[in-house]
Design a protein around this ligand. Sequence first.
Ligand SMILES: [Fe+2]
Ligand SMILES: [Fe+2]
Length: 464
Amino acid sequence: MATKLMPRVRQPAAPGQLASSVVIASLSRALDLAEGEPMGHAIRACWLGMQIAKWLELRPAERQDLYYALLLKDAGCSANAYSVTHWFQADDLTTKAELKITDWSSQWRSMVFAIRQTAPSAPITRRMAQLVSLGSRGVGLANELVEVRCTKGAEMVRQLGWAEPAAAAVLSLDEHWNGSGRPRGLKGEEIPLLSRIALLSQTVEIFWRRGGGRAAETVLRQRRGKWFDPVLVDLVLAHAGSAKLWRQLGEITHPEHVGYLDPEPRIIPSGSLDDMIRIGEVFAAVVDAKSPWTTNHSTRTAALARLMAENMNFSATEQDRVGLAGLLHDLGKLAVSNAILDKAGPLLPEEMEEMQRHTSITHEILSPLWPLDDVAEMAAAHHERLDGTGYHRRLRGPEMPHGADILAVADVYEALTAHRPYRRGMEADEAIAVLKKDQGTRLAGEPITALEQMVASKRADEVE
Ligand SMILES: [Fe+2]
Ligand SMILES: [Fe+2]
């Protein structure tokens, strides 16, 4: 598999251990999907940014800050997904991907973008009305959407425990060298260097993917001194001369291809899942923020599943693994458009198919984290049913991964009892009665009994 240009891959220190650099690189692929980009966008942007850091001879601490800023630059992506769908009356993933190739600092191009992207499949009168409504919010709305994304993203970086410069880099990701960026309109060296590197790297990756080295070099020249710091542009162009740079970029496809670029990755021991749970909580919040219909869903499902596992006398380690799977189970939903997630009525067959892809995507995102294979299997099986009518593998009773039956029950119970924008959640007893209709046929009996006991003893009330 390795070719002579393949970058060096450093595995974690010992079998069964994970390095924070590979964990975050793996999970960054969920953020790519939420931005309408294919998995691997952030990893390649990270590799490119880290080459710039090497050419600039940045110190190890700065390189570490940059590494996590590049991978987590889109951590706030889900916070504006609902608003983007609402204001553009369009698929948020397509709108966001298109915005990434638009020079939105130009008023004219912003206008063309809005005309093309707003309610594209609606009748002309509705499109016009939506455009007027969008236009009335204008710059204020654009600032708001960027600000929510950047502020939330920076907050996530802080919650994950990386140093303030990494958070500051995410906060100013959309600022442009000539002051035309958002949300604060910073100019030149007012913009943190790490943000300048991150903006250039992410833009170049997108143009390179669509049109190769030539497209990447064109956007660098076109936006030199406008979006991008001229010194950084000249540096990249000087190294791009031989085309080797673009060839190497094309070989970056897996989280382990960048893991070695963090000068000092934290080692996450397999014995304790504390660090992974902390990371899982942050990513659960990213998933839950995507739609008002899923507020707190992942965190509540995880907490319920953990308590159920305790009630069923699982060991402390197994309880942690069930809880972690609960936090990460709907990661794949970041790849589903809010036009589907937030749809009030029943889904069309093709929309249902799109929605049901989320479990296999969850599995794919988690698959590089091999010491947690069982967690990935459990998370990806939360919609499987004992009688084989679930998805995505249509597993039957004995084929269900250990713990997946608990997660399946917790997931349904949470969805039934949660309050949503247009409906109140069911009372606990009512939800248990619904679950019992499937007890032993589609859903396992033991987890439902455990849940029933938790409700009776008021332990379920501990879950906010
Ligand atoms: Fe799900
Ligand atoms: Fe779920």
